[in-house]
Design a protein. Structure first.
Length: 207
């Protein structure tokens, strides 16, 4: 073997030696180098779903979160009262207290859903009437509408102009089949109205 052959043989031996030592280290730590090994690494997740780290490792498990919170709430539509009162049966009565210091008016409104069937999408049944009664009790516009209906009668009984802010209104809502009935009681103190004391702010109570 010549000089070139000896040098080439020496380089191959050195390379094989390095490879053998590498394989030995691989066997020492990983076992058979021809087999694939899989390892499960511990992954930490954030304490709160909405506090996710953008720097998390690409293999980390990430739970999806909502960007938009959705709530289902029911309320009267903007035109609901206009439709109901336009088809309602209304009865308003007024009177005064024997002391002459208080005038009052009673407003009775009946909403028959069958009379509104051509204008609304909901079915004219007892279930709709029950849902409607609950929404009417919690809508401040109902009290204002009742006050507006009672004011002309209150002014007549008081024989003077009665501002809406001087009217105390209390009303109840009940259901009979597909009909919703509202009974409102309006009261005005003439003593306060004459200016002996500051006018009382209107009071709205729903029961």
């Amino acid at each position: 073997m010549g000089a070139h052959g000896s040098a080439r043989h020496g380089r191959l031996w050195a390379a094989n030696g390095e490879q053998n030592r590498a394989l030995s280290r691989t066997r020492l730590f990983w076992g058979n180098p021809m087999k694939w090994s899989y390892f499960i690494l511990p992954v930490t997740t954030p304490d709160h779903d909405d506090e996710l780290s953008l720097d998390a490792a690409p293999w980390a498990r990430v739970e999806r979160v909502n960007l938009i919170r959705r709530e289902v709430r029911e309320s009267l539509s903007p035109n609901a009262l206009e439709i109901l009162f336009s088809r309602a049966e209304l009865v308003v009565e007024s009177g005064d207290d024997p002391s002459g210091e208080v005038v009052y008016a009673t407003v009775m409104a009946t909403f028959d859903l069958a009379r509104c069937a051509d204008l609304v999408r909901e079915p004219a049944d007892a279930a709709t009437a029950l849902r409607l009664s609950e929404l009417l009790m919690n809508d401040r516009r109902v009290a204002r509408r009742l006050v507006a209906l009672a004011r002309p009668y209150l002014c007549e009984a008081a024989e003077q102009s009665v501002p809406a802010s001087a009217v105390a209104m209390d009303f109840k809502v009940r259901v009979e089949d597909e009909r919703v009935l509202i009974d409102g009681d309006a009261m005005v103190s003439l003593r306060e109205l004459r200016g002996s004391r500051p006018l009382r702010t209107s009071k709205v109570e729903s029961k």
